[in-house]
Design a protein. Structure first.
Length: 443
């Protein structure tokens, strides 16, 4: 691809980005696992686009300044009213849903108004401005009805409303860029500003310290397919919105900003470089340290993990003792560029007198003084690391990177317990979205 684009190519490229952003954000917005996707939501997302794009082109091309100001003031007033309602509405107890006849009647009225507006705009009737403006005002009552039925209030409700407007805004920006580029770029930047609060808040609402990326660390389960699709759509929406944001900012830069005699706003490669850097940074912070977004069960009384790494290859051996004396020994070998790794576990029951003395030693202040805190230790590219932690105790680590080694009592007991289990072993699989390149033990 060329490093610079002409005027038409810039407009076409930006328009395509905005259109894809609208589609990607709409899919992420509507696909939520374990929830019904009602017709009102689909109506608000897609039906207005039949006339909204044409109406925007009408405002940009032939409307007077007074008409543009009037349309903006009316829509802003309706938007403020809806935001105030959503922001001040009680979360609990939730308000009663409107009767079905009210919802159905509102849907029929909205569809009729949108269809009439689309016909008037396409035929270029003299009433196009009036009918189109009234139709845009009907979007806001539809939004009010949508958020009443879904019971989304507070900050998340307002962010969700902004996400709906971003979907419509990106579609408008895609069409407006072909008519008046600067207006289209500003519309794209405004839509990006509306989309990010919803995307960020949605990412932070994952349960159990989860996020979109580590959702792919979940075991392969048909019941979790909806979560994987949701995570994929969230990532796609974030990537496309990032591209749209950077495109809008670059195209709005002054023409006097040049590098090697070429205006920055006509270049293409910075868009992809900046998007890649921002998404790679998000990915790196999301996948390390290794974890799975699921609720943990009963914590073990004591865990001893021996983690060995040589370059991109690693081996993990874990010994865990439960409060009732159940002993679990698991080992796993990870190789680079593999999404799935295999491991083996076995179990047994260890007598109280075999593990209680070592537990007391692990909890003693003397041992903690010899090692490092778990938060201060990273395995590194070539290292031999021991992690000791458990329920009701602060973790301690020993690693060759800090020139520390565990006491012989710990190592001897660990080696004895590896050969202790008597139950039949079973195999398991672990998934790692980072392909083993940034793996660290899950503590």
């Amino acid at each position: 691809m060329a490093t610079t684009l002409g005027g038409r190519e810039q407009a076409f490229f930006s328009s395509a980005i905005y259109a894809l952003s609208s589609l990607g954000l709409a899919c992420a917005f509507h696909y939520l696992p374990y929830r019904n996707h009602n017709l009102i939501g689909l109506l608000i997302q897609f039906v207005p686009l039949a006339f909204l794009i044409r109406y925007t082109i009408l405002l940009v091309r032939s409307a007077t300044t007074r008409q543009r100001v009037a349309a903006a003031v009316l829509n802003v007033a309706c938007a403020i009213a809806v935001v105030e309602y959503i922001g001040t509405g009680p979360f609990w107890p939730p308000p009663s849903e409107p009767p079905f006849m009210v919802i159905a009647g509102g849907a029929v009225m909205a569809i009729s108004a949108f269809a009439l507006a689309a016909i008037a705009l396409v035929s270029q009737h003299r009433s196009s401005y009036l009918v189109g403006t009234v139709a845009t005002l009907l979007i806001w009552p539809c939004l009010w009805l949508e958020f009443s039925t879904s019971r989304e209030f507070g900050h998340y409700g307002i962010a969700r409303l902004a996400g709906v407007l971003a979907v419509l805004g990106f579609a408008v920006a895609a069409a407006t860029t072909q008519v008046r580029r600067v207006v289209g770029y500003w519309a794209g930047l405004l839509s990006s500003s509306l989309a990010w609060p919803y995307l960020v808040l949605r990412e932070n609402l994952y349960p159990y310290r989860g996020n979109s990326w580590i959702t792919f660390n979940l075991p392969l389960d048909p019941h979790e397919f909806g979560l994987l699709v949701t995570a994929a759509l969230q990532i796609l929406a974030c990537v496309l919105t990032a591209v749209a944001t950077i495109v809008s900012l670059m195209r709005l830069l002054p023409s006097s900003w040049v590098i090697r005699g070429i205006p920055i706003r006509t270049r293409t490669w910075p868009v992809f470089v900046l998007t890649f850097v921002s998404m790679a940074t998000w990915f790196a912070f999301s996948v390390t340290p290794y974890r799975v977004p699921t609720e943990h069960g009963v914590a073990a009384e004591m865990n001893i993990v021996h983690f060995q790494r040589k370059g991109l290859h690693s081996k993990e051996t874990r010994v865990a003792v439960m409060r009732d004396g159940k002993l679990y020994v698991c080992s796993e070998v990870r190789k680079p560029l593999r999404y799935t790794s295999d491991g083996e576990c076995s179990w047994g029951t260890v007598p109280f007198e075999r593990w209680q003395p070592i537990l007391a030693f692990v909890r003693s202040p003397e041992l903690k003084a010899l090692g490092s805190s778990l938060k201060d230790v990273r395995a590194g590219w070539s290292s031999d690391t021991w992690y000791l932690y458990g329920d009701r105790m602060r973790g301690v680590a020993f690693t060759t990177r800090n020139s520390t080694t565990p006491p012989e009592e710990i190592v001897d007991w660990f080696n004895q317990m590896k050969a202790f289990p008597t139950g039949d072993p079973w195999h398991f699989s672990q998934r790692d979205i980072c392909l083993g390149l940034c793996y660290e033990p899950q503590l």
